[in-house]
Design a protein around this ligand. Structure first.
Ligand code: 2AM
Length: 503
């Protein structure tokens, strides 16, 4: 094998690694691949030789030394190994084979603080590091993912041609995803769903928030489904058709589309529909939890995103719920007669809640960038998510538009388009939440999004009492509505007389 012939290397040939490697090869780049257990690499290369026209550009190596020797300088090596310790171990074993200027690109779901640490460590050794979010599952990786790279601008400049080539593409004007004529055929033209997100951990942070939004997007869809099933008694296929119909309008998105498919999928192992046989417990891999915990740490009210994580936790208590269902009683669920009206109302509830969910995700990123010194371009972020990734949706173009109109937008709900949508939909939204409450059907995402909307639009909240309570038992002090901000008072509760101004 000639040395320095490969454009890029990739370590970690699980599903994502294999698909991204093929995508890169499809775009004319020679890619050197390696896996800890070499058998996986050999299987991948031999399978690709049979099925993939671009397999001549895939070079398999059994050692990291051979892999690194095969790469053009400065070397670019993508890691797609398990996030966490495996990433550190892999970097450690790579180090002896790298030279100053080489670039390690972590495409896993790393925690952004790990990415910040790794970049610092590698920079100290003269190496460069990019932490890149990769979204879109295996199909995305294969035919065009959404890519969210964070790192130095000059490291990004080296990676950009490849990342731009392999990323999903959207139409420059409409933001609509463009897809290849045939699997593996590169899409000409269009705006790539990637851009330099910012320094160090910015890419992985943004990818994490993407996943947090994905959690709430999915939970909202599940609640819509559950309301239709319980209040209308519709079968899964009928509900699937509703989602298919919604996918033609402003809710059009990948998740709505696959929900239509999923609900109409017959059970190939029995009667009826598969979804009715799938056990109702959902797992989580951590990025949703990280998003919620980052929101808690930063004091950002991302309650709907957190609620989506809790909904999964509650679902996981299957045995406990089965027991509780025999002991704890709720109201009788009453069927709703006017199916068309309820479906329209649920659609509005879903859209309004979705606006809140995205408002929370973007508020979170706006706060995080202050802490970490990033300068995120929110309009571009929304555009990067228009194609390739799991939350891709027509709706995202509206977010790009909103930030184009007002780059300093404080909250997405304040944008005229979204404001109008909330005003139009809120009456239905409230009806749907009330129906859920009255019938004992849990709608944590719809409800928490509505509470967020109502809280955010309230000039006054009962936190006056809260702060007074804090002052009562902990002398935490309070400000007064009739005195300037920044003046703090304390009262020796209960007391008579004039309040004391605290220095
Ligand atoms: P493996 O096939 O040899 O297990 C997803 O798990 C990917 O991460 C796989 O390619 C896996 O390699 C790799 N991986 C997991 N733990 C690893 C480790 N400690 N060192 C190197 N690669 C690892």
């Amino acid at each position: 094998m000639s040395t320095e012939s490969a454009d890029i290397g990739l370590i970690g040939l699980a599903v994502m690694g294999q698909n991204l490697a093929l995508n890169i090869a499809d775009h004319g780049y020679t890619i050197a691949v390696y896996n800890r257990h070499a058998e996986k690499m050999r299987d991948f290369i031999s399978q690709s030789k049979k099925n993939e026209p671009s397999s001549a550009r895939l070079l398999g190596f059994e050692t990291l030394e051979e892999l690194t020797r095969s790469l053009k300088r400065p070397r670019k090596i993508i890691l797609l190994v398990k996030a966490g310790e495996a990433t550190d171990k892999t970097i450690e074993s790579l180090l002896p084979h790298l030279e100053p200027g080489d670039i390690v690109i972590d495409g896993g779901n790393a925690h952004w603080l790990d990415t910040i640490r790794r970049e610092k460590d590698l920079n100290a050794k003269g190496l460069r590091f990019i932490g890149s979010g990769v979204s879109g599952g295996e199909t995305g990786a294969r035919f065009g993912p959404s890519l969210m790279p964070g790192g130095s601008a000059e490291a990004w400049a080296e990676l950009a041609p490849i990342w731009n080539a392999v990323a999903a593409k959207v139409d420059a004007q409409t933001g609509s995803p463009l897809s290849g004529a045939a699997p593996g055929s590169p899409v000409a033209g269009g705006v790539p769903c990637t851009a330099h997100i910012g320094p160090d951990g910015a890419g992985h942070y943004v990818k994490m928030v993407h996943n947090g939004i994905e959690y709430i997007d999915m939970q909202l869809i599940c609640e819509a489904y559950w309301l239709m099933k319980n209040l209308l008694g519709l079968g899964s296929d009928a509900i699937g058709k509703v989602f298919q119909d919604w996918n033609q309008g402003e809710l059009s998105s990948y998740l709505i589309e696959i929900t239509g498919d999923i609900l109409q999928q017959p059970d190939t192992a029995g009667d009826g529909f598969l979804v009715d046989k799938v056990l109702d417990t959902a797992g989580q891999k951590g990025t949703g939890l990280w998003t919620a915990s980052s929101a808690l740490e930063l004091g950002v009210p991302a309650n709907a995103i957190a609620e989506a994580v809790f909904a999964r936790s509650l679902s996981a208590l299957k045995e406990e719920r089965v027991e509780a269902s025999k002991l704890l009683q709720g109201p009788e669920t009453k069927r709703v007669e006017d199916a068309a009206a309820l479906i329209a109302a649920i659609r509005d509830a879903l859209y309004c809640s979705k606006i809140c969910a995205y408002a929370q995700g973007f508020q979170l990123m706006a706060e995080a960038q202050k802490i970490y010194g990033w300068n995120l371009d929110f309009g571009t972020l929304a555009q990067i998510w228009r194609g390739g990734c799991i939350i891709r949706a027509r709706f995202l173009q509206k977010i790009t538009d909103a930030y184009a109109i007002d780059p300093g937008l404080k909250n997405l709900m304040l944008d005229p388009y979204f404001r109008d949508a909330l005003h139009r939909g809120q009456s239905h939204w409230r009806d749907v939440v009330a129906l859920g409450v009255r019938n004992g059907i849990p709608t944590p995402a719809f409800s928490s999004a509505l509470a967020y909307f109502d809280g955010y639009r309230s000039a006054r909240l009962p936190a006056n009492l809260l702060q007074a309570q804090r002052d009562y038992f902990g002398a935490h002090t309070y400000e007064r509505t009739d005195r300037p901000r920044g003046q703090f008072y304390h009262l020796d509760w209960p007391a008579e007389g004039r309040p004391q101004l605290q220095a």
